[in-house]
Design a binder for this molecule. Structure first.
Ligand SMILES: [Ca+2]
Length: 482
């Protein structure tokens, strides 16, 4: 309980005791059962009676009553479709809305829920759909604690507006949002965060983040989730499927702290925007100026596609932090660098590229002297910012450097892992390093098997132009280059 709630509760108790001593009836937090799906406001908010003026209790009237009354009121819906015609529903007080599988539909005319103030709000068994606004079209949350249980947020659209920050389904501007067994699917944003934009705290256990997209020409990171710089997002037992970002982070983009456990990233896509310094990360993108971090435990990242950028599975910028234990990363692909994981992934800027596919680049873009397949060895990387333990990286493909892993500037260590059957697939650029391609930075390999990878040019297993340290039974075998 936060301090303000404690104060409120304490005052409420004292007040109740005083009133009882005076023999006055105590008005408790109310419960309202909504029977009408009409969208009509309350005729007299605060009188404790949910009544739209015709004797009916509507959802809007119940919320207006709950806003006017102290305490946590409970609103129970009857299954059905509640089509909004009077604009967004404003929630400004503690309340629980029990959906009973009802649908609240904004009919593409407004946002669905606007939840503000330092309140505790819980929504259960509800579908929130077809909201339209410049941000947080399904739910805009600004302060307090919001919990969704068994909720579906779908078909909401954050429209074009340079002043907005996006978040097609949910925008958490401030406060804590907790999602349990909740689905955020098929939402769209012109700006960042097709499904969710988080700029404070997000905790999610169970459910799906699927089919969301960022679709504009401005900032378009985080097709499923955009986690801004500074904020914290924790995802557990989640399926992140088939999301699309026009820029980086097809499934999830984080500029802040991201923790993911026991989750699946599959079928996500990141695209291309000209002029962006790094690009890609079809499954996960990590980039930012404050403290961009991703910690992954027992996560599967597969069949994601970075169409014009790098990092088919994961792309991070060189100074960001990535730690993975038990990661399975396979069947991801990228047009450029880092089929599985890329560091400072580049995008293709050649003018010949007119459509997706592999178009041969003019020779003048190729360096005049091809670099040596193996660069200098160095001391074990200290203070690594990429730490991979017990990971399996296989069957990923890159059109550029690093079929499995590409490094450009990170201090990377890999322990007890397998990197196999990855490949670089076309000579359109620098196409080296079937298993690992390191252009700069330091890579340390400890008990790693690098097997049966293929590169169309140099370094079937490893291509190294940075510093590399190999120790403790690392095996490099069965690799080939063209
Ligand atoms: Ca009333």
């Amino acid at each position: 309980m936060n301090p303000m709630s404690l104060v409120k509760t304490t005052l409420a108790c004292l007040c109740a005791v005083t009133l009882m001593m005076l023999g006055v009836e105590v008005i408790r937090a109310a419960g309202f059962t909504v029977a009408s799906t009409a969208d009509v406001g309350d005729s007299s908010p605060g009188d404790g009676i949910c009544d739209d003026g015709s004797g009916q209790c509507t959802l809007r009237a119940a919320i207006e009553e709950a806003n006017a009354l102290a305490g946590e009121d409970t609103i129970t819906l009857t299954a059905g479709v509640y089509l909004l015609s009077l604009g967004q529903l404003n929630v400004t007080s503690d309340m629980v809305i029990q959906g009973d599988n009802a649908t609240v539909d904004a009919n593409r005319q407004s946002r669905v829920f606007n939840i503000s103030g330092s309140n505790w709000v819980t929504l259960t068994e509800l579908t929130i759909q077809r909201g339209r606004e410049i941000s947080g079209a399904g739910i805009y949350h600004d302060g307090g604690q919001l919990t969704l249980v068994g909720v579906t947020v779908t078909l909401n659209s954050a429209e074009f507006n340079f002043a907005s920050n996006g978040g097609g389904g949910i925008h958490n501007r401030a406060g804590v949002v907790r999602l349990f067994n909740t689905r955020v699917i098929s939402n769209k944003s012109y700006e960042n965060g097709g499904g969710i934009y988080n700029s404070d705290q997000l905790f999610w256990d169970g459910g799906q983040l699927a089919g969301n997209q960022t679709a504009g020409d401005d900032q378009c990171a985080g097709g499923g989730l955009f986690n801004a710089g500074g904020p914290v997002a924790e995802l557990h037992n989640l399926s992140v499927l088939n999301n699309l970002a026009k820029h980086t982070g097809g499934g999830v983009f984080t500029a802040g702290e991201l923790t993911v456990t026991a989750s699946l990233f599959e079928g996500n896509t990141s695209g291309y925007l000209p002029g962006m310094p790094i690009i890609g990360g079809a499954g996960i993108g990590v980039q930012g100026t404050i403290n961009p971090r991703a910690v992954l435990r027992d996560v599967i990242v597969r069949r994601n596609d970075s169409v014009y950028g790098g990092g088919g599975g994961i792309c991070i910028e060189r100074s960001a932090y990535l730690e993975a234990d038990g990661l399975q990363l396979y069947d991801n692909k990228t047009f450029m660098d880092g089929g599985g994981i890329g560091v400072d992934c580049r995008y293709y800027s050649g003018s010949l590229l007119v459509a997706r596919g592999f178009v041969e680049q003019p020779m003048q873009t190729w360096k005049t002297v091809p670099p040596a397949p193996l660069g200098p060895f160095a001391a074990w990387p200290l203070n690594p910012n990429v730490i991979l333990t017990n990971v399996t990286i296989y069957s990923n493909t890159a059109g550029g450097i690093g079929g499995g892993i590409q490094n450009n500037g990170a201090r990377m260590v890999i322990f007890n892992s397998v990197i196999r059957d990855n490949r670089t697939i076309a000579w359109v650029y620098e196409t080296h390093g079937g298993g690992i391609g390191s252009e700069s930075g330091i890579v340390g390999l400890d008990a790693v098997r690098i097997e049966n990878n293929y590169s169309v040019r140099h370094g079937g297993g490893i291509y190294n132009r940075g510093a590399m340290h190999i120790r403790n039974g690392t095996i490099i075998s069965g690799n080939a280059s063209g």
